[in-house]
Design a protein around this ligand. Structure first.
Ligand code: URA
Length: 208
């Protein structure tokens, strides 16, 4: 089965499971992951908001526009990447997702990661960062690449501020844009990963 077909199967399963999931009975639709099935770059946000729920597409509201425009400016138009959330239904009044909700929607996100096998995962905000880097503070690690062991395989994680935080605070916005500007260089390093020691040294010198 192609990657696109496998991702569609995840969406179909999510839709089927919705009545049994937390947030499944509040009359909000699922907002599945969106983008290229061949993406090298995967972005994980928090949960859909109002506009995402209406359009059933992640990051189409105000913070989504900042995110997508910043991404395009560093050479990655939206349709070339894959964008998803840890929780796939809008929580009431856009409140933070609960640990129980994050856990319930985890299998769908895990499948998306397994299918895509992205070169780099960018986490947007502290909730998605917490999936891979539970013990850290976003203010201390944003914009720095971390290599983590995920289900026995190495994954490269780049934690970033959430675009909604960037919209609220000009300093955070500066950091947000600067972190995005590192993406092309980081991808270059990861692609040249024949020599892992060299990669680590390079990443350290460049970013850590
Ligand atoms: N914020 C998120 O974390 N995800 C979205 O899809 C929209 C806003």
């Amino acid at each position: 089965m192609s990657k696109a077909a496998q991702l569609q199967a995840v969406r179909d399963q999510l839709e089927k499971d919705l009545p049994h999931l937390p947030l499944g009975n509040i009359n909000e639709p699922t907002v599945p992951g969106d983008g290229s099935a061949d993406a090298e770059l995967m972005f994980i946000g928090e949960a859909p908001g109002y506009y995402e729920s209406v359009q059933r597409k992640p990051f189409v509201g105000r913070s989504g526009q900042l995110f997508v425009n910043t991404l395009a400016e560093v050479g990655h138009p939206r349709e070339t990447v894959y964008i998803t959330n840890i929780v796939k239904v809008r929580p009431p009044e856009n409140r933070d997702p609960t640990p129980q909700e994050i856990l319930a929607y985890k299998p769908y996100l895990d499948r998306e990661i397994e299918i895509l096998c992205p070169l780099l995962i960018v986490t947007l905000g502290r909730f998605s960062m917490g999936k891979f880097l539970p013990e850290v503070k976003i203010s201390q690690v944003h914009g720095r690449v971390h290599r983590v062991n995920w289900q026995g395989k190495p994954l490269y994680i780049l934690p970033m501020y959430h675009p909604a935080a960037a919209l609220r605070n000009p300093q955070t916005k500066t950091a947000f844009v600067q972190d995005f500007q590192k993406i092309p260089k980081i991808l270059e390093w990861i692609k040249g990963r024949a020599d892992v020691d060299q990669l680590e040294k390079g990443l350290k010198e460049a970013f850590l």
